[in-house]
Design a protein around this ligand. Sequence first.
Ligand SMILES: Nc1ncnc2c1ncn2[C@@H]1O[C@H](COP(=O)(O)OP(=O)(O)OP(=O)(O)O)[C@@H](O)[C@H]1O
Ligand SMILES: [Mg+2]
Length: 332
Amino acid sequence: MGGTGLRRLLFDFGSDTIRMTVDGSRIRKAQEPAVVAHQDGGGIIAVGTAAQRMLGRGPEGLTAERPFSGGGVRSQKLAQALVRTMIARMPRSRWQRPEIVVALASGATALDRRAFVLLAREAGAARVAFAQLAACRALGLDLPLFQPCGSLIIDVGASQTQVDLMSLGRTVVSATLPEGGDALDEAIARRLRESYSIMIGPTTAKTLKHDLLGEGMSDAVLHGRDLLSGLPRALRVDRKEIEAPAHLLAEHIVSTVQELLRDVSPELVSDVAERGIVLTGGGARLRALQQHLPEALGLPVRFDQAPEESIVAGLERLFEPRVRDQLLRRGA
Ligand SMILES: Nc1ncnc2c1ncn2[C@@H]1O[C@H](COP(=O)(O)OP(=O)(O)OP(=O)(O)O)[C@@H](O)[C@H]1O
Ligand SMILES: [Mg+2]
């Protein structure tokens, strides 16, 4: 791409991770943990990976926070710091002021839209546009989005689980469960506190979840604080001891899907029966979901190699002519 003309930065603002890609060049991609560390009532200390390391490790008065949640902006100021930093890291020489495209969840309010427009403008965008997030995800997963054919997608993110039945380029029905990877981390930490009187931080809980429930390791050693003595303590944890919250999430997803399918036409249900369900988002890596969902729903369930990237993969296809007309809306 030359030195003139508008460059496009396309964003999936996840509550756990922000993913960005530059239109036209498949090489330039970036992702950052969606965390900002700041002094209480004061300045920003660190963003992204550096801030994530500070989670639970700061001195009094330092807070590490996530600026996005459930598809919306929670803190304009913190979100701003993160987005600016990500854009500033992109090679600059050829930069014009970019167009920023945001994958916007269907549940987003006018206020959410406004917050994203403001965010993009303050980060230096010349123009802002929105793309329907659910449609981007379906495109990124290579589903026949524009065909008269039902595709059922379950995205297990950090803050929530989103279930969408898509056909003819749109969401036909959808449901949002306010549970995802974060809820599992909290449940794991709570269980260990109750069973072993040991307190662990959010990063330790997350690592444990990845190793035992995602990668399938049978046990792992963690370090935490003994609640009685107040001293550091090591503990070996078996997978079985922390599996229950993941099974509970699977059950909640199953009942959400059952309820959703109850209200849709027999044609769409038969598409789903034939083609199965696609499981995506970082939570798709949970073995409990991969194993339990096909059994409980009696449907084939597909999951991909890089499940957290389906939305950016769809954003990258947004400017194919047929796709652009159907999915892009100018924001400001
Ligand atoms: N190997 C793994 N095993 C289990 N969980 C995993 C694994 N890898 C990532 N996750 C979890 O997936 C979640 C992040 O997924 P994703 O990146 O799709 O979320 P997000 O898009 O940032 O959040 P949201 O969509 O809720 O705003 C986190 O809770 C993370 O711990
Ligand atoms: Mg997400």
